[in-house]
Design a binder for this molecule. Structure first.
Ligand SMILES: Nc1ncnc2c1ncn2[C@@H]1O[C@H](COP(=O)(O)OP(=O)(O)OP(=O)(O)O)[C@@H](O)[C@H]1O
Length: 869
């Protein structure tokens, strides 16, 4: 019999090939190793027919054979294995068992003689720690009104006994086939090395006398086939003193040394301890060789002691010491009652709103400290669509690819990636359909497709199945299962509990933002002692003050699934303030971004026929309405019936109506434009979108539309009048141009006010009342309804009103002081028939528009991930 003797910490076990042995901290395991670096279920040893096999069970800190981290390896007599640390972790020495007769000896002395103990099956080794627990429903959970809310839902303090009601001793369940985690590459807990201890994907020989260029271009010595990498991205240079430096070649997505971005075209000396990040690859020097590690998506992920506090003095904790970790290829679901901190957790995990305490580890690298580099490997699908639903699927993805890939990617390269993603998500048959015409599930697929463009290793989804019917719910969850199986880590926040079984791990958040459970989804209800999630959530609601977190921390599940991560002390100092971090690189320059955004915006507008028709109809209607006003002298000097010569108050009324039209059309153009795509903006901003380019694209497109509308309103409202002012102040023979300038400038400024409203409001519905309010206020302050000049208070307030300056600009040309003098009042200085006053009036309008632009930019910041502010 090929028995093997395992020696560890002075104890020996004779391993019987007819069964397998579990190694770890679990006291019910076969070989119990009491060392914090060893996971609860660390590894398994079994006879595989020809040889003994050691298989890591997704341990946190890894299993090492001859210094190499292994997932599964053959071992035999003479092998030496370290657990938890390659050098000083607990060491197991293997040797051959003594010859035939000794077999009996070892089997018989397994328990009797401690130094030579054969491992017992779990049931034999440890008695059950606590008596079976009364079902909480029987203990009063099912009838909350009969119990005071503060009273814990169990009859016995849950901290002192396993919380789960069990008739059998607890035996950890084997993960289902799809849940079998692969080795946890980077490790998650422990001492947090700078980089996960994976084996290099490739080795490259560095050129000692020359440079080694890295990039996508064929001529690069080190070619990287990754669209996140520029054609000529960076180069390794040998220095005269035999060292190496890395130099950025003006790359779009940046070159990173230990997670910190090199200045564009900057360089830095590097040593063997430095990690150079370029696209999905990381490089490390090993002598004259370069080790390349390619992030293919199989990464571990963990959260340690994440805590978020709010309030002026950070007095309220809304996320409380959340720790969990998952190995690569995992699908994790996060559920919890409303207000339990799911969104806060998601923001903390993605770096959108970093936690005040604690870390997020991406394959053992600190996400907050290396955000600039690692954010490119994270995809986030918010609850709302992150695509313009008016566009066709392929068009929308095309624009997204243009914004997210480096400026030097060819259209064909981007299209190839879009097609690849469409095929992967089975969307190719829908690619020519408008996104809004797709079903809810298909739309979610399109949002996922967008995030997959850049090949993220870690994908977060916020309530992807909300509003979907059960069939689509399953469809989306199966899609996520597939994404994880294909080598990604996927975390989904959900309200839907129907398809939780598809996940590898379930995180249940309790009121107050702490963890109530983390572990396999199939064991969760049993853990809580309920039969349905509705009961669990009702219990959360009924016992809000109960220490759910304490119950979790006292459980065996905690020991199995989170204690490793929790073992590392929380950071005493808050994580690095985000403002000190370098802003992430932008894949595209400002001008190319502006060009793409303008094109996309035009496509969106043109694909919305109703909007186009309204935009054309609005100025026509407004212009025509002004024609209804009877005015014998048009916009020129009187005589007016029953009035002295030259007076023409009708001109003032016409100007008032034209001004109102310009205000309405300008503000109406823009008032919904920011709020309706706020989620898209927030997401794109995190991927490197420039705020000013985004704002400018709105100003350019909406400005063009508003100018056109202003011209149409003026053409109809002014040119149809029999009489116009005798002469212009600047364009002397074309006073109508000056009148049109007043109307158009007012439209532009109103459009900018509309953008302010749009960036202020929380919902689209709030924009309409504000738009009406804005327009009515403008009517009052035109200066035509009552005399503003000289009226203390009103005059000063009117300085802030664009309509005041616009009517004044028209008034200078038309000589409004003469056309409509107020009874006993003095002339309005802003209406003086002088070119300088016309320039002043138009100038103030333009300055107002620019100030509005700055205000909008400030307001937009509020809707951005913290790191981009
Ligand atoms: N900036 C803030 N200031 C004060 N309280 C906040 C802030 N952000 C969130 N909260 C509070 O923190 C708690 C958790 O909020 P969060 O949005 O994360 O919960 P949730 O589980 O995502 O809820 P839901 O399922 O309803 O979306 C809530 O009680 C919320 O009111």
């Amino acid at each position: 019999m090929p028995e093997l003797v395992l020696e560890l910490n002075g104890q020996t076990w004779t391993l019987d090939p007819s069964r397998s042995y579990t190694l770890g901290r679990d006291p019910q395991g076969d070989v119990v190793i009491d060392d914090a670096r060893v996971s609860w279920r660390h590894a398994v040893m079994r006879w595989a027919g020809r040889s003994w096999v050691l298989e890591d069970q997704g341990s946190t800190n890894g299993t090492f054979v001859q210094g190499q981290r292994i997932h599964q390896t053959e071992i035999g007599p003479g092998s030496s294995v370290h657990l938890g640390n390659a050098t000083d972790g607990p060491r197991m020495q293997l040797s051959a068992a003594a010859a035939a007769g000794a077999d009996m000896y070892s089997a018989q002395t397994a328990y009797a003689e401690p130094p030579r103990a054969a491992a017992a099956p779990p049931q034999q080794q440890a008695p059950q720690q606590a008596p079976p627990q009364q079902h909480p429903a029987a203990a009063g959970w099912g009838a909350p009104p009969q119990q005071p809310a503060q009273q814990p839902p169990m009859q016995q303090p849950p901290m002192q006994q396993p919380p789960v009601q069990r008739q059998q001793p607890y035996v950890p369940q084997q993960p289902a086939a799809h849940q079998q985690p692969a080795a946890m590459g980077g490790g998650m807990g422990g001492g947090a090395p700078v980089y996960g201890d994976r084996s290099p994907t490739t080795f490259h020989q560095l050129n000692l006398s020359n440079v080694t260029r890295i990039g996508r271009a064929l001529e690069c010595e080190l070619r990287v086939d990754d669209l996140q990498v520029s054609r000529h991205h960076a180069e390794f240079r040998a220095t005269p003193d035999g060292r190496f430096e890395i130099a950025d070649l003006g790359s779009h997505n940046g070159t990173y040394v230990n997670g910190e971005q090199l200045p564009r075209s900057g360089r830095r000396l590097i040593g063997p301890d430095d990690i150079i990040g370029i696209g999905h690859s990381t490089f490390r020097l090993a002598g004259n060789r370069l080790e390349e590690f390619v992030d293919t998506g199989e990464i571990s992920f963990s959260s340690r002691h994440l805590t978020v506090k709010v309030g002026d003095n950070k007095e309220k904790t809304i996320l409380n010491n959340v720790s969990f970790g998952v190995p690569e290829k995992s699908l994790v679901a996060v559920i919890g009652p409303s207000g339990s901190g799911k969104s806060t957790l998601l923001k903390a995990l993605t770096g959108y709103r970093p936690a005040d305490e604690g870390d997020v580890l991406y394959d053992n690298r600190n996400l907050y400290k290396q955000y600039a580099e690692l954010r490119q490997r994270i995809g986030l699908v918010p609850q709302d669509d992150i695509l313009h639903t008016q566009l066709k699927v392929s068009t929308a993805l095309g624009y997204a690819a243009k914004l997210r890939f480096p400026g030097d990617t060819a259209a064909a390269e981007r299209q190839a990636r879009v097609d690849e993603v469409l095929r992967e998500l089975k969307l190719d048959i829908h690619k020519d359909k408008q996104i809004s015409s797709l079903s809810g599930g298909q739309r979610k697929r399109v949002s996922v497709a967008l995030e997959l463009l850049t090949k993220p290793s870690l994908i977060f989804l916020d309530e992807p199945t909300s509003g979907l019917d059960p069939g689509m719910d399953r469809d989306v969850m199966q899609l996520l299962r597939g994404l994880a199986d294909d080598g990604r880590t996927v975390l989904v926040v959900t309200h839907s509990v129907a398809e939780l079984a598809l996940c590898d791990r379930l995180l249940v958040m309790a009121p107050g933002g702490s963890v109530a459970y983390f572990g396999p989804p199939e064991e969760a209800l049993n853990f809580f002692g309920y039969e349905s999630w509705a009961d669990v959530f009702q219990a959360f609601e009924g016992y809000r003050d109960y220490d759910w977190s304490g119950r979790w921390h006292g459980s065996q599940h905690y020991q199995m699934y989170a204690a490793d991560i929790d073992a590392v002390a929380p950071q005493s100092a808050p994580v690095q303030p985000m403002q000190q971090m370098r802003k992430p690189a932008k894949p595209q320059g400002w001008w190319p971004q502006l060009g793409t955004l303008i094109k996309r915006y035009c496509s969106v507008i043109l694909s919305d026929r109703t909007f186009v028709v309204l935009m054309l109809a609005l100025p026509i209607v407004l212009g025509v309405v002004s024609m209804v006003i009877p005015a014998d002298s048009g916009l020129g000097y009187g005589p007016e019936k029953g009035r002295p010569p030259l007076h023409n108050t009708d001109a003032g009324t016409i100007m008032l109506i034209l001004a109102v039209g310009a205000c309405f059309s300008g503000a109406a153009n823009s008032v919904r434009e920011l709020i309706k795509e706020r989620v898209i903006y927030e997401r794109e901003r995190a991927t490197g979108l420039s705020r000013s380019a985004y704002l400018m694209s709105k100003v350019v497109v909406l400005g063009f539309i508003t100018i056109l509308q202003g011209i149409v309103i003026s053409a109809i409202g002014v040119l149809t009048r029999d009489k116009l002012p005798d002469e212009g102040l600047i364009f002397s023979s074309n006073p109508e141009i000056e009148l049109a300038m007043g109307v158009t400038a007012l439209g532009l400024t109103s459009m900018m006010f509309g953008l302010i409203i749009s960036s202020l409001v929380k919902t689209s519905e709030m924009t309409m009342p504000l738009l009406v309010m804005f327009a009515i206020v403008q009517v009052v302050f035109t200066g035509v309804l009552f005399q503003i000049a000289g009226t203390v208070g009103a005059e000063q307030l009117a300085w802030l009103m664009p309509s005041r300056w616009a009517v004044a600009a028209m008034g200078t040309t038309a000589d409004l002081n003469v056309l409509m003098p107020f009874d006993g009042g003095k002339a309005d200085p802003l209406w003086a028939h002088e070119a300088s006053k016309f320039i002043l009036d138009i100038g103030v309008l333009m300055v107002m528009a620019v100030i509005c632009g700055f205000i909008v930019a400030r307001l937009l910041r509020r809707h951005e991930p913290e790191v981009m502010r």
